[in-house]
Design a protein around this ligand. Structure first.
Ligand code: UD1
Length: 363
């Protein structure tokens, strides 16, 4: 069998590809791990390979940062060469980052089958670069692997034939569940200076951090929630850059109980999340991981492409409304956080179902 190319590019991709590669290896299916280099800092990339016990990428494109057009175009040019050289049986892309879009486009043009893991998610907000990536990737991929049935519905509404759609569950939860036991004994309190209950914060969406007024409103809400609680805020490089630019970094740092850190590795992060009282975030993945862990999550966004985390899980969408963030934040910390259940097929066995589907559909 010709090899399957597995594509990773940015931080949220690694924990989705790791279980798929392990399953392919287990079944002795030849595969090539390709890293585009969209994320390149050690703490945004290498630490995840170490923590997830992934093999080093077989191919590294080293594209780095740039405007959307430049980053996408660079990946496309390099990835086309790779496909011509390695003649894969199939390309597997995950999520909604620029690398996902670039590699699915190249595969489609070269008539190579492309499987999209995490297909069908829609925020219905085309201002988000990820939404454009999702729509285009889904429209040109051959195998659409959805994490929840809302994904199937969205794809069917867009006219995608049912025969291409497979609801297999959430593969990121495979990584979460398989590493959870190992982090239980991790002493994160000492490492992160934690002495009492804490909330975990992550923010990096351009809509939240690239505009001073919005970023400031969110900071003001966190100030209001502070008092009897500590905060751990592993900061994305984009967020740090913007906080410094807007002169907000020191204000954030001086919030009572605030601990701003470098981006955390995978194991430290899931340890932090699993022991937190509350997660405040604008990430997509965290909305899902908190639902799987039963930890209350407040999502600082106007919309979500992961509605199942609200209808079934622990997630609450509050937008950037200062008062809403404070109200729900305080309620949660007083013990009245939202509870939920784990959605169907978020069971740690999604990679097995994915590989079953890939094998049924490979030429
Ligand atoms: C990307 C994804 C986003 C995902 C996020 C997770 C797209 C369109 N966006 O956003 O969906 O949620 O990753 O982190 O693909 N930078 C570094 N070191 C790195 C990588 C980036 O310092 O290793 C800095 C650079 O200044 C860069 C900026 O972060 O310009 C943004 O990086 P980029 O890859 O363009 O997008 P993210 O905001 O990380």
């Amino acid at each position: 069998m010709k090899p399957v190319i597995l594509v990773v590019g940015a931080r949220p991709n690694f924990m989705k590809i790791a279980p798929i590669q392990k399953e392919l290896d287990k079944r002795k299916i030849p595969n090539i791990l390709l890293h585009t280099g969209q994320h390149y800092d050690d703490n945004m990339s290498k630490v995840f390979f170490d923590d997830l016990k992934m093999k080093k990428p077989d191919i590294y494109l080293g594209v780095g940062s740039g405007s959307h057009a430049k980053q996408t175009a660079k990946v496309m040019v390099e990835f086309e060469n790779v496909c011509n050289e390695h003649d894969p049986s199939m390309v597997v892309v995950v999520g909604d980052v620029n690398s996902t879009l670039a590699c699915s486009l190249v595969s489609a043009k070269l008539n190579i089958k492309c499987a999209h893991v995490e297909a069908g998610l829609r925020s219905f907000d085309r201002d988000m670069p990820e939404e454009i990536n999702r729509i285009v990737t889904d429209s040109i991929s051959d195998i659409l692997l959805t994490p929840s049935s809302d994904g199937d519905e969205n794809l069917l509404k867009e006219g995608i034939p049912e025969s291409k759609i497979f609801m297999i569950g959430n593969v990121m939860i495979d990584s979460l569940f398989s590493n959870l036991e190992a982090v239980k004994s991790k002493d994160i309190s000492a490492k992160f200076g934690l002495e009492k209950d804490y909330a975990l914060i992550t923010l990096h969406r351009p809509s939240n951090v690239d505009e001073k007024e919005t970023f400031e409103r969110i900071i003001s809400a966190i100030e209001d929630i502070s008092g009897n609680i500590q905060f751990v805020f592993p900061m994305h490089p984009r967020t740090r850059k913007m906080a410094v630019k807007f002169d907000l970094f020191e204000r954030l740092q001086s919030i009572e109980g605030m601990n701003i850190t470098e981006p955390a590795g995978y194991l430290d992060f899931i340890a932090l999340m699993s022991k937190s009282k509350l997660v405040l975030t604008d990430s997509g993945g965290l909305q899902e991981e908190t639902t799987a862990l039963g930890i209350p999550c407040i999502t600082i966004r106007e919309n979500t492409e992961r509605p199942v985390t609200i209808t079934e899980g622990t997630n609450q969408l509050v937008g950037t409304d200062r008062d809403k963030i404070v109200k729900i934040g305080k309620e949660t910390l007083e013990g009245n956080g939202k509870s939920g259940r784990i959605p169907k097929f978020w069971d740690g066995k999604t990679a097995q179902r994915i590989v079953d589907v890939l094998l049924e559909n490979v030429d």
